[in-house]
Design a protein around this ligand. Structure first.
Ligand SMILES: Cc1cc2nc3c(=O)[nH]c(=O)nc-3n(C[C@H](O)[C@H](O)[C@H](O)COP(=O)(O)OP(=O)(O)OC[C@H]3O[C@@H](n4cnc5c(N)ncnc54)[C@H](O)[C@@H]3O)c2cc1C
Length: 293
């Protein structure tokens, strides 16, 4: 058995990672797999373990900087994995690959409140659980009830959210070598019109404040305790600072953007420059939120 016989057209060679990341940066990978079912994913993981391939799990690639030199291993895209949403009472269950925007629209249609914060986060459910994504005072940890994971021994388990050690932009899923397959969220009954207005308001605040017209991976740095990364970067004189094709956004200094055909090295060097300047000026160590492939 090989990847092609399991996935057919959903197994590709030489796929460019820049086509699968919101930074629009990244070279070729050896295999690019898009399993649709848990069975397909399980069989692919069996091959990966047997052949000792290195691998990386990709959601919507919205928190990723992929190297232009590419990836000599297997990229598993979860974008099509378990593509369904259902609900029972206040619980919504969705597959790992489903986008947060789709889930927040679905919750609104069911008059379920609590997921509005996530409407503009361009990630998948799986990636957002791994990152414990959050915005506008809300966070995945507050709505997550249970997560279905594929364990490294090939077994499938439902785990309670409290077992994931969720903290600021962190969970223990990657350290445990687990893959998110699906999850159950617990929301509250709400008023559909109020939820709709809240989503509209948050989306317009994003459009106003964030450089959504440029490719990026969102906020490049984690929020340092007691500070705001964007303010520190602005105060260090780096608003609009450019290095090659990468730039600190004029609109929101917390975003490094792909301003004009940036290479992965442009972006990495700019990130390091920003970190060094902020440390030099304020003694604060900025930690990168973006994950590197
Ligand atoms: C314009 C913009 C705005 C953003 N705004 C926000 C925001 O407000 N708040 C916020 O928190 N983030 C924000 N982000 C960052 C990003 O959208 C989130 O981190 C998102 O949750 C990442 O989801 P993803 O599916 O894209 O994951 P990816 O970026 O593909 O992956 C992120 C991590 O999760 C792992 N992973 C992905 N899927 C799985 C899975 N099924 N099982 C196991 N591991 C997996 C990957 O290996 C990687 O380590 C923004 C990004 C952009 C581009």
């Amino acid at each position: 058995m090989d990847f092609k016989s399991i996935l057919g057209e959903n197994c590709k060679n030489g796929e460019l990672l820049k086509d699968h990341t919101t930074f629009h940066v990244g070279g070729e990978c050896r295999f690019f797999l898009t399993p649709v079912t848990e069975e397909q994913l399980g069989l692919c993981m069996d091959i990966i373990r047997k052949e000792n391939y290195k691998y990386y799990i990709l959601g919507k690639g919205s928190n990723i900087l992929a190297d232009d030199r590419g990836y000599d291993g297997v990229i598993i895209s979860t974008c099509l994995l378990n593509d369904s949403i259902t609900h029972e009472g206040e619980y919504i269950e969705a597959g790992a690959g489903v986008g947060l925007d789709k889930i927040s629209d679905y919750a609104m249609e069911q008059s379920l409140s609590g997921f509005e914060f996530a409407c503009g986060i361009p990630g998948s459910l799986g990636g957002s659980i791994v990152m414990n994504a959050g915005a506008y005072g809300g966070e995945m940890s507050e709505v997550l009830y249970e997560v279905k994971v594929l364990c490294p021994d090939g077994s499938i388990k439902w785990k309670l959210a409290s077992d994931l050690e969720l903290s600021y932009r962190k969970s223990n899923i990657l350290a445990n070598n687990e893959i998110v397959l699906a999850a159950k969220l617990k929301l509250q009954p709400g008023d559909k019109e109020k939820i709709r207005l809240q989503i509209e308001d948050l989306n317009s605040r994003r459009r106003e404040k964030q450089p959504l017209e440029y490719p990026s991976a969102g906020s490049t740095f984690k929020r340092p305790e007691g500070y705001f990364a964007g303010k520190l970067i602005d105060d260090a004189g780096l608003r609009g600072f450019r290095l090659g094709g990468a730039a600190v956004s004029q609109k929101h200094c917390g975003f490094v953007i792909n301003y004009d055909n940036a290479s992965s090295d442009d972006i990495k060097k700019l990130i390091e420059h920003v970190r060094a300047k902020v440390y030099e000026k304020f003694g604060v160590q900025l930690e990168c939120e973006v994950r590197m492939i």
